[in-house]
Design a protein around this ligand. Structure first.
Ligand code: UD1
Ligand code: UDP
Length: 370
């Protein structure tokens, strides 16, 4: 009997948070379909890319486009052209894109223009701030997607408000899947020279609007330097480069480290007194592991963390940052985290919905054969 072969899906990744998401997602997709994994090369340092493939057991990419860094237009344009070529050759039945980076937008646009259905994982998130390149990427991606996998109810509502109803599925968050699958491993890592649990702050900083303006960057790092406990700062290469150009050395409480591996990051997050960050993923992870978060932005897409009292949005005003650090010192009421990001099986749900969609699309003829 010749059944319909398992559907062929092409997944586009390129930047650090996408590797974290692609680990549980790819495993689930491969249980139901054949996956071609394409790495745009947006992130390329070993510790920003390959380290995640190794640590999380992600198969090496089937294609590596080697695009590298550049201005938004140049980078996205180069990706678009290269991805179109690969998609024409591979002829996938669907293209999966994740999150909100330039790699996400390029993947979605290339597929949509070729008439290939786009499945967007982390659809519907909004910061309502179009100055953020990520907001542009996610809005455009959602509007060319056929399947919109929403991590939260708020995301489904955001899509509805923009007139997108068909194709939206509430599935939970694949980053919760990743934490669930890795936290135990992370807690077994050797502690080496780490300060005692709750005896340090963990900070990450890389948003364009925070680090590209020397005044804002200087203001943030000056506050971190003044905190009363050590501040571990695994430094994103974008921020490292900005500080280098300014000739700004970091001192005081700040302990600069290379970008952390994923397991190390989970360990650091789960033992920190508080996390100070402008990252999307790190806000969510702090919430999941139960560490107070102070977000160095005015808005967040992860509104559930703020509503639960687990995350304070303080922007970059030193007084507000310091007040939030003080508040995080007070004994914490445990925030109810259950449920808002799903049950840790978002990846499996996505893989099933995607393959069901493709089976239905292949039509009755294909189903009769199978
Ligand atoms: C990108 C995403 C952002 C995401 C972040 C995750 C976009 C628009 N931005 O931001 O949404 O939160 O990834 O980390 O897609 N660099 C290196 N080595 C690397 C990667 C980057 O040195 O491996 C340096 C280069 O100087 C580069 C700069 O970092 O110009 C910025 O990299 P880029 O990928 O453009 O943006 P990110 O800030 O990493
Ligand atoms: N992360 C990591 N090492 C670091 C900083 C972040 O492993 O030094 C992980 C983090 O745990 C989360 C993801 O990378 O899973 C978030 O990526 P990032 O902050 O770069 O991007 P964002 O989520 O803001 O798009």
């Amino acid at each position: 009997m010749t059944g319909r072969p398992r559907p062929l899906v092409l997944t586009v990744v390129g930047a650090r948070p996408q590797f974290v998401k692609a680990a549980p997602l790819g495993r689930a997709i491969r249980r139901h379909a054949r996956e071609v994994l394409v790495h745009t090369g947006q992130h390329y340092d070993r510790e920003m890319s390959e380290a995640f493939f190794q640590e999380l057991g992600i198969p090496p990419p089937d294609r590596h486009l080697g695009i590298g860094s550049g201005s938004h237009g140049a980078m996205t344009g180069r990706m678009l052209e290269a991805l179109e070529g690969v998609m024409k050759e591979v002829q996938p039945e669907a293209v999966v894109v994740l999150g909100d980076t330039n790699s996400t937008l390029a993947g979605a646009l290339a597929a949509a223009k070729l008439g290939i259905p786009v499945a967007h994982v982390e659809a519907g998130l909004r910061s309502f701030d179009m100055r953020m390149p990520e907001e542009v990427n996610r809005r455009l991606t959602d509007h060319v997607s056929t399947l919109l996998f929403c991590p939260t109810r708020a995301a489904v509502r955001n899509l509805k408000a923009e007139g997108i109803r068909a194709g939206a599925h509430l599935v939970g968050d694949v980053m919760l899947d990743a934490v669930r699958q890795n936290l135990r491993r992370a807690r077994r890592l050797p502690l080496r020279d780490l300060p005692p649990a709750r005896g340090y702050y963990l900070a990450t900083l890389h948003r364009q609007e925070n680090v590209d303006d020397p005044e804002t960057l200087g203001r943030i790092v000056s506050v971190l330097e003044r905190l009363e406990r050590p501040v571990l700062l695994p430094l994103h290469p974008r921020t490292r480069e900005r500080l280098r150009r300014l000739g700004r050395q970091l001192g005081g409480a700040v302990r600069v480290r290379p970008p952390a591996g994923y397991l190390e990051m989970l360990l650091l997050e789960s033992r920190a007194r508080a996390v100070l960050t402008d990252s999307g993923g790190v806000q969510k992870e702090a919430f999941i592991v139960g560490t107070p978060c102070i977000t160095l932005r005015d808005r967040t897409e992860w509104v559930e963390t703020v509503r639960a009292g687990a995350n304070r949005l303080v922007g970059t005003d030193p007084r507000r940052i310091l007040a939030a650090v003080k508040a995080a010192d007070r004994p914490r009421a445990r925030h109810p985290s259950a449920g808002v990001y799903g049950d840790g099986r978002a990846s499996e749900l996505i893989a099933r919905r995607l393959t069901e969609f493709l089976a239905a699309r292949a039509g009755p003829a294909a189903r009769r054969q199978a």
